[in-house]
Ligand binder design. Structure first.
Ligand SMILES: Nc1ncnc2c1ncn2[C@@H]1O[C@H](COP(=O)(O)OP(=O)(O)OP(=O)(O)O)[C@@H](O)[C@H]1O
Ligand SMILES: [Mg+2]
Length: 516
């Protein structure tokens, strides 16, 4: 009797375990990026994979889902030793990833993306288009999304793209679903929706691996947490045991109690003034995306521009920078001098630069080195008589790389082989090199780890102390509240509220962002 009970109990325990990765090791061209890493996933749990930028999280996941098939160690899925040769191979075993950089094909329709590689065809071999369409609609409906599935993916905002990517995971009936920083492009209400979806997946018995740099999310959605540091396994514990300070200590290897550095702004005269700014829809739609907005930013000030998806805040930045050409009307004044909107290059010359929120599209040239990226917009200062002063260029890149603590083998490493957070730091370094007077930052700490975030906040304080004016867009509310001296809130292209640092609260901002 006792024996049978023990046996069934043991059976239940092992059945519960969906995945075991043991002693995983991986190196790229003799550089070790993972060694002896262990990871386990149970059915019905959200297991957080945490660690600093470059710790090896995405690499571990890429091994799990068949992107890399040369590695050390063993992977067991439901007690069966597995070796995946491709992403398809892993998907057939029920493993799927919602990647850090989404893997949808923008130039294909929603339905084509959902059925890519597993098209439904009839007896004659013809695609059953209508079957696919109705299947696609059903999948999206499970996520509460009603969209035209024949539209190209590129026509949808990031939050919808994210849902389409999740629908892809549902479509293959995945048991193990991995989210690699899923909320980096989502706003608060979308995050709530995503968390509901995850809770549902848990109930259905799925195991979720969740990678994030956001503390709030770790403790909100996580059940257990595993920490990697410099490619090594540090430990695993339940979220109730692993409190914030200990977790940060595991991640960065030192004590770090305070998330935001103290900010004491030194405000000077008006640095940047924008009056009656309106911007046409860059996608050609009939409505303006920014409608008659006016604001001023002072020397040394950080002005937060809050807003949800569709608020027009990112479009405002792009319009001011010159990304949309002349599709903007506004009176613009930098240092008391009025000027007309020009190209991005002219903006940079005037001292106005923009860090975009999509480093993949507009932030970086991924197949170029760190050094080449960092010095790209300021190349003029590194050339003489038409020749590039390569040594000076490399030196500047090294200084910048150390200042921002970019984790790389050398400044000549190709940017696309850097971890996500380190790519973000390269993008920031690139604009820092242009010595801007006014810096427009759209999600500057997207994908950046706790330690490096702190460093970026300190840089923002330092730069504003030297007289720079910063405009800040961030979907991380604590960051917006801690770093902004003043906040204006946008809704559907218009300003719905303005708060001083003292007045601002999360509730007031969200309320105004939803139209007040
Ligand atoms: N294809 C590659 N070639 C060379 N090095 C690589 C390659 N891919 C990753 N690396 C290196 O492996 C290390 C781990 O990167 P990985 O992307 O796994 O980090 P991460 O933990 O996901 O970081 P982040 O939080 O920034 O996304 C980094 O130092 C990175 O530069
Ligand atoms: Mg990563």
């Amino acid at each position: 009797m006792m024996m049978t009970m023990m046996k069934t109990k043991r059976k239940r325990m092992t059945e519960n375990i969906l995945l075991k990765m043991m002693n995983i090791g991986k190196s790229f061209a003799s550089v070790n990026v993972l060694s002896n890493v262990n990871f386990e996933l149970k059915s019905g749990e959200v297991h957080i994979l945490a660690g600093e930028n470059g710790a090896g999280k995405s690499t571990l996941i890429k091994i799990l889902c068949g992107v890399y098939n040369e590695y050390k160690g063993e992977i067991f899925v439901q007690n069966k030793l597995c070796k995946f040769n491709s992403v398809h191979d892993a998907a057939r075993t029920g493993i799927t990833v919602i990647h850090q950089e989404l893997s949808l094909i923008n130039e294909l329709s929603v339905v084509d993306n959902l059925f890519l590689g597993r098209e439904i065809s009839g007896k004659t071999g013809w695609l059953k288009r209508s079957v696919q369409e109705s299947e696609a609609k059903k999948l999206l409906a499970r996520l509460g999304l009603e969209i035209d599935v024949n539209k190209y993916v590129e026509e949808f905002p990031m939050s919808v793209k994210q849902m389409i990517e999740i629908a892809k995971a549902l479509a293959i009936d995945a048991k193990i679903i991995i989210f690699d920083e899923p909320t980096s492009a989502l706003n608060e209400p979308d995050v709530v929706k995503l968390f509901e979806i995850i809770q549902n997946l848990k109930k259905q018995g799925c195991g979720i691996v969740y990678i994030t740099h956001k503390m709030k999310e770790i403790y909100n959605i996580g059940d257990r947490i595993t920490v990697l540091r410099d490619g090594n396994y540090i430990g695993t514990d339940s979220k109730d045991n692993l409190l914030r300070n200990k977790l940060v200590n595991w991640m960065v290897g030192r004590e770090m109690t305070q998330q935001f550095p103290e900010r004491i702004p030194k405000l000077g005269k008006t640095k940047f003034q924008v009056d009656n700014c309106s911007i046409d829809d860059p996608a050609g739609g009939p409505f303006k995306v920014v409608k008659d907005i006016s604001f001023k930013v002072r020397e040394g000030e950080i002005l937060g521009i809050a807003g949800l998806q569709g608020s027009g805040n990112s479009e405002l930045f792009n319009g001011l920078f010159g990304t949309y050409g002349k599709n903007i009307s506004a009176k613009m004044i930098i240092d008391d001098i009025e000027y007309k909107i020009g190209t991005p290059a002219q903006s940079i010359n005037r001292g106005l630069t923009l860090l975009t929120n999509d480093r993949k599209l507009t932030g970086l040239v991924l197949n170029m080195s760190i050094a080449d990226n960092v010095t790209l917009p300021s190349l003029k200062s590194f050339s003489k008589n038409g020749f590039i002063k390569r040594n000076e260029e490399l030196n500047a890149a090294k200084i910048c790389s150390e200042r921002l603590r970019i984790k790389s083998h050398s400044v000549l490493q190709e940017t696309q082989t850097l971890s996500g957070g380190n790519q973000q730091k390269v993008a920031l370094g690139k604009w820092w090199e242009t010595n801007p007077k006014i810096l427009l930052l759209d999600e500057p700490t997207k994908g950046v780890d706790v330690g490096a975030k702190h460093e970026i906040y300190e840089l923002m304080n330092e730069w504003t102390n030297e007289g720079m004016a910063i405009l800040l867009i961030t979907s991380e509310m604590p960051e917006l509240l801690a770093m902004s001296d003043r906040i204006i809130v946008m809704h559907l292209g218009q300003v719905t509220a303005e708060f001083t640092r003292e007045e601002a609260t999360q509730e007031k901002i969200l309320n105004a962002a939803m139209g007040g």
